[in-house]
Design a protein around this ligand. Structure first.
Ligand code: PA5
Length: 445
């Protein structure tokens, strides 16, 4: 199971101050449990892991199998909470190069509907021209422009290329039970569909079919993912003492750091496969806490890569940051540094050492340097990269986010600010129903 270590924040904030959050954290947890706080209609994630039935998982796996058997490529169409969780798991657990090889045992997963890049979509449709492909159309609202636009293109191409009957089999919808264009289309066309529960918001939805279906299509074990989350649900429960509850401790520590002027939290990894865990986490905390002119700014970096770009800023820039490092204890493969007779690169002192040992020393060296440079540092340790541990990590961050948002005094479960750009975009594009906004925005240009 994952663990949290806050020791290297304690030169910057005191243990007593963190412990003093106990009562507040308990109150926040009770508010979540009792459903008496802001956003209480979006608490379906709270006991989701322990309530997922084996029948539901079997249904997801059966649908995944249909896609696996009938597709070389599966497009996951979704944005924000409707794709980041799936991508985080798939990229963390996939071999980095299998998708480039000719012989594959699982469909290649590609993402769309998360941008409005014409070149991206053009290149995607070109790439798919000779491929047997399927689509998972994921949208809770069913009306998100980016996703709807990509799906419109992909649906047409799939039907044209594979025929309507096959398209019906290889297009799956994950959406609201009743509302939205994605639901209407799925029902009209007879697609297999899965429901996103009303009370689970996008960024908390990775353990619903939003995340579970694509992850199963990619060939990963969704039972273990859910089991990891369910064990973490227990480890972060209300009855677990504050000092032993990782979600409580993380929420308290980051809020105390924030109070002490640390306005930016940088999620750090030392494993390139974790890049999208960082992206998922940024959305979770950014959309949950960034409101009412408050909130820690969530940033993410991939080390040691970004030590050669952001490292300077982190070491010596404005001292308003703290780091949370996701550290993976044990890697899955073994590779030793070879010896070289000429030793022109001077690396023979590393000969015979595991590459991961070098990486671990980079991690330790960075931690010490950053702490010396005035950057508080928390560590979340994963024993290894596996479905079970990632499931646990997801739930840990979700629970901590709910607590942390309440400590901050905001509604962690809405995202009113996301509407502002949409309103302007629709006004600029003269969407029917936006006539007044169109006039007003044109006058500003
Ligand atoms: O967290 C959220 O609610 C958002 O990021 C949504 O997931 C995102 O906007 C996609 O919305 P939808 O699933 O309705 O297309």
């Amino acid at each position: 199971m994952i663990s949290l270590n806050i020791e290297k924040t304690l030169g910057f904030i005191s243990k007593e101050k963190v412990s003093a959050y106990e009562a507040q954290v308990k109150a926040a947890q009770e508010t979540l449990e009792n459903g008496t706080g802001k956003g209480n209609d979006f608490l379906g994630w709270l006991h989701l892991p322990s309530s997922i039935s084996p029948e539901h998982l079997a249904d997801l796996k059966a649908t995944a199998q249909v896609l696996r058997e009938n597709c070389e490529v599966v497009i996951v169409a979704g944005i924000g909470g409707s794709y980041l969780g799936a991508r985080a798991v798939i990229e963390a657990l996939s071999n980095s190069f299998t998708w480039l090889q000719d012989k594959k045992t699982a469909p290649v997963i590609i993402y769309a509907g998360h941008n409005i890049g014409e070149d991206y979509l053009y290149e995607l449709t070109e790439f798919l021209k000779d491929k047997k492909f399927g689509v998972i159309n994921i949208s809770k609202s069913g009306t998100t422009t980016e996703t709807a636009l990509a799906f419109r293109l992909l649906k047409k191409q799939c039907e044209d290329q594979r025929g309507k009957e096959v398209a019906k089999k290889v297009i799956v919808a994950v959406t609201d039970a009743q509302k939205g264009a994605a639901r209407i289309t799925a029902d009209k066309e007879g697609y297999k569909s899965f429901i996103i529960p009303d009370n689970v918001g996008g960024r908390f939805s990775v353990l619903t079919p939003v995340g579970l279906l694509p992850i199963a299509v990619a060939g990963f074990d969704i039972e273990k993912l859910v089991a990891g989350a369910a064990d973490m649900e227990k480890a972060c429960a209300l009855n677990v003492p504050f000092a032993e509850n990782p979600a409580a401790l993380y929420a308290a520590t980051r809020n105390e750091l924030y109070k002490n002027g640390k306005k930016i939290e940088i999620l750090v990894n030392f494993n390139p496969k974790l890049h999208y865990i960082g992206e998922w986490w940024k959305q979770l905390y950014g959309e949950s806490e960034g409101k009412e002119n408050k909130g820690i700014f969530p940033a993410a970096v991939d080390f040691s890569t970004d030590l050669h770009s952001m490292g300077q800023w982190i070491q010596e820039g404005e001292r308003t940051i703290f780091e949370t490092v996701i550290s993976v204890d044990k890697v899955n493969h073994k590779l030793e540094v070879p010896s070289d007779e000429a030793n022109l690169d001077g690396l023979n002192f590393l000969a015979g050492k595991r590459v991961d040992e070098v990486n671990k020393m980079a991690e330790l060296g960075t931690q010490l340097a950053h702490v010396d440079g005035g950057v508080p540092n928390m560590r979340i340790v994963l024993p290894e990269l596996s479905e079970y541990n990632i499931g646990g990590l997801f739930y840990f961050f979700e629970k901590a986010c709910g607590i942390s948002g309440y400590l901050l005094g905001v509604n962690p479960f809405n995202q009113p600010g996301v509407e502002a750009y949409k309103k302007n975009m629709f006004a600029l594009l003269n969407k029917p129903g936006y006539e007044e906004e169109s006039k007003a925005i044109q006058a500003r240009l």
